[in-house]
Design a protein. Structure first.
Length: 329
């Protein structure tokens, strides 16, 4: 089992290596791959030192699976080259997510769609993954009509440059800016670029990807995505309108029985999900579960997950584990 981690020197790549080690992912050969400027850099993994190699060398080595987290442009150019060499690519960027010929996979929901012919598999957006992990069992039971979601997203979703900006601002240092505005003591309602409809790409990812993963284009979704100065994970305030009525106790039970979802919902002792607790964990945490009294068949939820783990690295590796377990490589 030859495994390539493409984008190994980036923030998600570093977490991928951590998750590979934690989960004792099976491989006989590991290739750490990055852009030309990082070639030759040394990375220690499981007490062994690896030298970073370039993309062309990685393709030539024909790995069985390539875990990509190197940005959309790199993926558009190089994922097909790996696929042509027989490698199965699991890609973290937005490059392939809405391609009708590519599967968009959250293993707990739709990994059973995968076949040996799927050589490029898309990993959903971090905000989408934690949302659909919670929505999937509810949609199956009550049928979702409409979702209103507001996100409160960690700066780690932007990358190392944003983390450095916050650190500089907290220390009173002038430095390079990842955002148009200060992020310290601020909230910026602007994640990714604006589209012609006035929504950001991040907001539209929540719309399009949710419909694709749940395989239901009739679900109405509207989103507002906000960047806040936290590092532990993304948070989401979600309002769901169902076709059928529900019992809140039953909703809690259903969610608590869903693999990968943890219910933290006891307001008597101030128990609810927060990024500070989700940080470094693979689960999706849900709380503040309550009926919306202003609208029939409607529910409010608060969802939190570590965007670098289940939102990116862990989900990617879980897809690879599924492929191995089901002899699809």
């Amino acid at each position: 089992m030859k495994v390539a981690v493409v984008g190994a020197t980036g923030m998600v790549g570093e977490v991928m290596l951590k998750v590979l080690e934690e989960r004792n992912f099976p491989f006989t050969e590991l290739m750490l791959v990055a852009s030309e400027r990082s070639v030759g850099k040394e990375i220690v993994f499981k007490n062994k030192t690896y030298k970073v190699i370039g993309l062309a060398d990685a393709v030539a080595s024909k790995p069985d699976v390539a875990l990509f987290s190197a940005g959309g442009d790199t993926s558009l150019e190089w994922a097909p080259k790996f696929a042509e060499a027989g490698t199965t690519v699991i890609d973290n960027s937005s490059a392939w997510r809405m391609d009708a010929t590519k599967k968009l996979v959250v293993p707990e929901i739709n990994a059973d769609q995968l076949t040996k012919e799927d050589k490029i598999i898309a990993n959903p957006n971090c905000s989408t993954i934690q949302l659909v992990m919670t929505l999937a069992p509810l949609h199956k039971k009550y049928r979702i009509k409409r979702i209103i979601v507001s996100t409160y997203q960690s700066i780690t979703g932007t990358g190392l440059k944003a983390v450095k900006q916050l650190e500089n601002e907290m220390a009173g240092i002038q430095g390079e800016m990842a955002y148009h505005y200060p992020i310290h003591k601020n909230a910026i309602p602007h994640c990714d670029v604006f589209e012609e409809n006035g929504y950001t790409k991040e907001e539209m990812k929540l719309v399009r990807e949710t419909q694709k993963i749940l395989d239901d284009r009739t679900i109405a979704v509207t989103a507002t995505a906000v960047r806040i100065p936290t590092e532990g994970g993304h948070s989401e305030s979600v309002n769901i309108e169902f076709e059928n009525d529900f019992d809140v106790t039953e909703v809690r039970k259903l969610l608590s029985q869903t693999p990968g979802v943890v219910v933290q919902d006891n307001t008597d002792v101030n128990t609810y999900p927060m990024p500070i607790y989700a940080n470094g964990k693979d689960d999706v945490f849900v709380g503040r579960i309550r009926r919306d009294g202003s609208q029939p068949n409607s529910l409010n939820l608060w969802i939190v997950s570590d965007n670098l783990r289940k939102g990116a690295a862990t989900n990617t590796i879980q897809i690879a584990e599924y492929l191995i377990a089901n002899n699809l490589l």
